[in-house]
Design a protein around this ligand. Structure first.
Ligand code: ZN
Length: 401
């Protein structure tokens, strides 16, 4: 779905304001009279305001326009395995409220949805935001989500199958609710601040989330790419080793089964169990359950050969996955997110080295690889952004689409 001229103008002011009308016209390829009509309408709706005068180039000093930050609010909820994070963003994408609580029991599913509603309503009250300006609520969770209905088709993390989460929440909340896949939400958050505003400009970012599992989402020209059946981005389930271990998806040798945080921890447990000498045995205090990916990176950092070998292999496989993505998609940017990126250069430098070794020499010449900047609340922020990015589905925003 492309934006309307009004949507482009709004996005341009949002991302580049304070900005004058002539500059908006240039950035959006619209005529100055069109920009004037649109900005007058946005001002009359209270979404945009004049904030002073810019530099003159001979004539009258042009009026500078900016959005009115408190004219709209969006709620974002990130339902994670361990915790539920909630943020409220204003129109300028600033977090005006944030909270976190333990995810707790997710069965029965409808009881969990009720708890979620209670958290959302409590947060709205605590935040003190003007409820008349609350436009919608975005919910992000891991798993396959049907975009049209917000049904959770399958979430292995939660052991949920065909759960009508969006309808349940919508019945109980007086604001539009949209449910989206967590990786897609995160990709929106990580690509939001650098998106292009012009109609012609291309800007693609592949956001790869490497934590317990591995997932990805592609944002192209400010829109999420879904694919034909809405399942694009399953980079964690490309086969990288045909005889590799069984994966949660039912296939074997998937990237996720070879190189995710859970896979790294599992390989370390197997090594300790085999009796091979390694510092991991004392680090985990002889309890295999204590082993996690961070512990393996810590052991590798002090030269433990077993840990080093696991880290080298996993990061090499991640490089193979990223090189495939570069060869196929040739994106402008790859943004790495998730728990494994917290291991700093020990993770990042290895992955970049492996990627550049594996990608086709002539492919992806312009791609940059970086680590996401939004931190632990990135997915919640992205969940809130689902509302303006899917504005054509939200009654209060339809005039922009
Ligand atoms: Zn798999």
């Amino acid at each position: 779905m492309s934006l309307s001229p009004k949507g482009y103008v709004m996005r341009c002011i949002l991302q580049e304001g304070p900005i004058n009308r002539a500059a908006i016209a240039k950035r959006t390829s619209l005529s100055i009279p069109s920009v004037m009509t649109i900005t007058d309408d946005l001002i009359s709706r209270g979404l945009v305001q004049a904030v002073g005068k810019g530099e003159s180039r001979g004539g009258k000093r042009p009026e500078l326009l900016s959005v009115v930050p408190e004219s709209e609010y969006y709620i974002g909820v990130d339902i994670g395995r361990g915790s539920v994070r909630l943020v409220i963003l204003n129109l300028s994408r600033n977090v005006v409220y944030g909270t976190k609580e333990d995810t707790g029991e997710v069965h029965p599913e409808e009881a969990f949805a009720d708890r979620l509603c209670a958290l959302i309503l409590r947060s709205i009250e605590e935040s003190g935001v003007d409820t008349a300006k609350l436009v919608g609520i975005g919910i992000a969770m891991p798993g396959l989500i049907e975009q049209e209905t917000g049904h959770v088709l399958f979430s292995p993390d939660f052991d949920w199958n065909d759960i009508p989460l969006q309808s349940w929440l919508q019945r109980k909340l007086p604001y539009p609710v949209l449910v989206e896949n967590a990786n897609r939400a995160l990709a929106l958050a990580e690509s939001d601040d650098t998106q292009s505003t012009g109609k012609q400009a291309g800007n693609s970012a592949l956001c790869v989330n490497i934590g317990h599992g591995i997932g990805a989402a592609l944002v192209q020209d400010g829109r999420l790419y879904y694919g034909s059946s809405g399942t694009s981005g399953e980079i964690g389930h490309i086969t990288v080793s045909k005889d590799g271990p069984l994966c949660a998806c039912g296939n074997s040798g998937c990237l996720e089964a070879m190189a995710s945080g859970d896979a790294i921890a599992q390989q370390a447990r197997d090594a300790v169990r085999s009796g091979i000498p390694t510092a991991l045995r004392t680090l985990c205090e002889h309890s295999l359950e204590n082993i996690n990916a961070k512990m393996v990176f810590d052991a590798a950092a002090v030269g433990d050969m077993v840990a080093l070998s696991i880290v080298d292999k996993a990061t090499d496989y991640i490089g193979i996955g990223l090189a495939m993505a570069i060869n196929i998609l040739d994106p402008d940017r790859i943004v790495l997110c998730g728990g494994l990126t917290k291991n700093g250069p020990a993770f990042f430098d290895r992955v970049v080295k492996s990627t550049s070794k594996r990608q086709m020499r002539q492919a992806g010449r312009h791609v940059t690889i970086s680590v996401g900047k939004k931190g632990d609340y990135g997915t919640a922020i992205g969940a809130a952004l689902i509302i303006p990015y899917n504005g054509w589905r939200v009654p209060a925003l339809q005039h922009l689409y």
